[in-house]
Design a protein around this ligand. Structure first.
Ligand code: SF4
Length: 607
């Protein structure tokens, strides 16, 4: 099959067995690749009711259909499993080289079940599959483990967890080449299976339907990308380049555990300030020609020796404004520690900001914590990351995430526990971005900006088919969020970075697919595939007991208006949220409790 590796590898860690099955035309035409294929394999094999740490949980890894092909920004690989953080189906999309190596080894997906008795390293060298002893690497930081595995086994691409995944921090991530499958705790699923790492390399050619035309198209996309302002700003300053604008022009940059929507000290964490001083070169995801990452180096002072690939917009919020932290060097150190322990920076920062508020309100004893931990104390941020990464003392509780911390501590702190479905939110204050607020609610993995990508519409007022979007109005958001979720799913099936969304749009994908796999799609075909996958995920979540009450936004968003800035007074009321959710369910063809109708399932080929 043109564009594909050709096989799906099933691994059982319990008895060290494996089998390969063919990648079928049906799977390709109904689910494309990447997240779509991973969701289909996952939902076929997992009972939604099992505990995420049950060895019957499966983690599926699938490169996007275009990943590994010469297409600008097509670098992504989907990881799908039942999340230890949210109890929902969850995907985490990574830009490391694992997916391209999978394709070159002839694999369109790897599905891993069971639990190894001892720490395991799964090694895949083209057709050779081996289960190696990972005991020497257990306990190592992600970077050290990847380096040691390469020294011992050769020039493989390595995806590994750190100590946090091993000790089941519920928001642990998987790291590969300084890129993370960051959200939803899928690193802890690796840990629960005693799987430290996967080392993979492939040498096979991927057949392309019309290789000359694909190169011609790719060069055209690259040329138009390079002419755009987005390309110029992103490659100079990274994803945080619009931080000042979100603060000053929109007033929706969450600050101090979402008590505020503007970070007054933002200039100190703005990449326009730090990139010229600390970024020594650009870094990219695998084979990406729009390198928006930065190699960030701290040369002196208390954090000298800090070296990382970053710092992304979301992290500037999570470990910066969310904690009231204006110290870019402390922030960088905390970011590096997150990467090394293997924990998601967004969830980590939201947990730290929440703990700071609990300390300030006298609900956590600073003496028990062992250091000053209040908003604005920069050195507390890296200290907290170490506590969580090691699960030391109170770090054991903090590694459970905001929802579980709030349930353990109680005494009213649930009111300012920032999460949806147990997932800590990203950097968009949805009191002033109502479509994005609905996107937080409806995202299958909990508070997430990427499922719908609706922040682009709320912040700019237009994107793709939409124009004149009023960020403060709940009207029309149900239908719009539904459509955006189905469209964004296409990106995750193809493995194309959403930072290219101003270039490719759906017409670009149609052309690329025609050329790469020789199949003609219409816009509606692709959107229907996105819709099918989103419905499949919904069926899983319903089976897992995720009901309408789980969609609720945090009380701070529905009851406390943004206190200052351009969005002063904005709040997303319960009534608005409920109305938008009902509109969304109607647009999806679901009933009031989120159950798809028989007709809808039949239309999607899921009945
Ligand atoms: S644009 Fe940035 S995030 Fe996207 S693939 Fe390229 S380097 Fe990675």
């Amino acid at each position: 099959m043109e564009g594909y590796g050709g096989s799906i590898l099933y691994i059982d860690l319990t008895d060290g067995s494996f089998k390969k099955l063919e990648m079928t035309k049906e799977l390709s035409s109904k689910y494309l690749g990447g997240e779509g294929v991973a969701v289909k394999i996952f939902t076929d094999h997992v009972n939604p009711k099992i505990d995420p740490f049950d060895q019957r949980n499966v983690i599926v890894i699938a490169p996007g259909l275009l990943t590994g092909l010469p297409v600008p920004t097509a670098s992504k690989t989907a990881f799908v499993s039942k999340s230890p953080l949210t109890g929902t189906i969850a995907e985490s999309i990574m830009g490391g080289g694992i997916g391209a190596q999978m394709k070159a080894a002839g694999l369109d997906a790897i599905a891993i079940i069971g639990k190894s008795k001892n720490p395991a390293l799964l090694s895949i060298d083209d057709d050779l599959v081996r289960f190696e002893n990972a005991s020497p690497y257990w306990g190592m930081f992600t970077r050290d483990a990847a380096k040691a595995i390469k020294e011992d086994y050769g020039d493989f691409v390595v995806a590994t967890i750190g100590p946090a995944g091993e000790s089941l921090v519920r928001y642990a991530c998987i790291e590969c080449e300084d890129r993370q499958a960051g959200r939803a705790g899928l690193g802890a699923v690796f840990g629960s299976k005693n799987l430290k790492a996967i080392a993979i390399r492939g040498s096979k050619d991927i057949t392309i339907y019309d290789p000359d035309r694909l190169i011609h198209l790719a060069l055209g996309w690259q040329e138009s990308m390079e002419k755009s302002n987005v390309f110029i700003e992103d490659t100079k300053y990274g994803s945080g380049e619009f931080l000042e604008w979100v603060n000053a022009e929109r007033g929706v940059f969450p600050t101090k555990n979402w008590q505020e929507g503007v970070f007054n000290e933002r200039k100190k964490i703005d990449p326009y300030y730090w990139a010229p001083k600390y970024a020594i070169k650009n870094k990219a995801c695998f084979a990406c020609t729009k390198a928006c990452g930065k190699l960030f180096v701290v040369r002196d002072g208390p954090y000298a020796g800090t070296v990382l690939d970053g710092i992304e917009y979301e992290t500037l919020y999570a470990l910066g404004s969310q904690c009231g932290n204006p110290d870019i060097e402390a922030l960088a150190r905390a970011n590096e520690l997150c990467d090394q322990y293997g924990i998601d920076t967004i969830s980590t920062g939201v947990v730290i900001g929440f703990v700071m508020e609990l300390v300030e309100k006298g609900l956590i004893d600073e003496e028990e914590l062992g250091f000053d931990c209040r908003f604005g104390i920069a050195e507390a941020v890296p200290k907290m990351v170490e506590l969580i990464g090691r699960r030391d003392g109170l770090g054991a509780l903090f590694g459970e995430g905001v929802l579980r911390i709030s349930k353990t501590i109680g005494r009213g702190c649930e009111d300012y526990a920032m999460h949806v479905k147990g997932m800590e939110p990203p950097a968009y204050d949805v009191r002033g971005m109502k479509g994005m607020g609905l996107g937080f609610m409806t995202s299958s993995r909990g508070a997430c900006h990427l499922r719908s990508g609706f922040y682009a519409l709320d912040l700019t007022g237009r994107f793709w088919r939409f124009s004149g979007v009023d960020r403060l109005s709940p009207i029309g958001k149900g239908e719009a969020v539904k459509l955006m979720e189905d469209f964004m799913m296409v990106y995750d099936c193809l493995g194309v970075c959403k930072f290219s969304r101003s270039f490719f749009k759906i017409e670009g994908f149609i052309e690329l697919l025609d050329t790469a796999i020789g199949k003609s799609f219409k816009e509606d075909d692709l959107l229907l595939i996105g819709e099918r996958i989103n419905n499949l995920k919904q069926l899983f979540n319903l089976g897992a007991g995720v009901g309408r009450e789980s969609y609720r936004l945090p009380k701070r968003i529905t009851h406390e208006p943004i206190p200052a800035g351009v969005s002063k007074g904005a709040v997303l009321t319960v009534e608005e949220a409920e109305k938008m959710l009902s509109d969304y369910f109607i647009a999806r063809g679901w009933d009031e409790n989120g159950f798809p109708s028989k007709e809808k399932l039949a239309q999607l080929g899921l009945g």
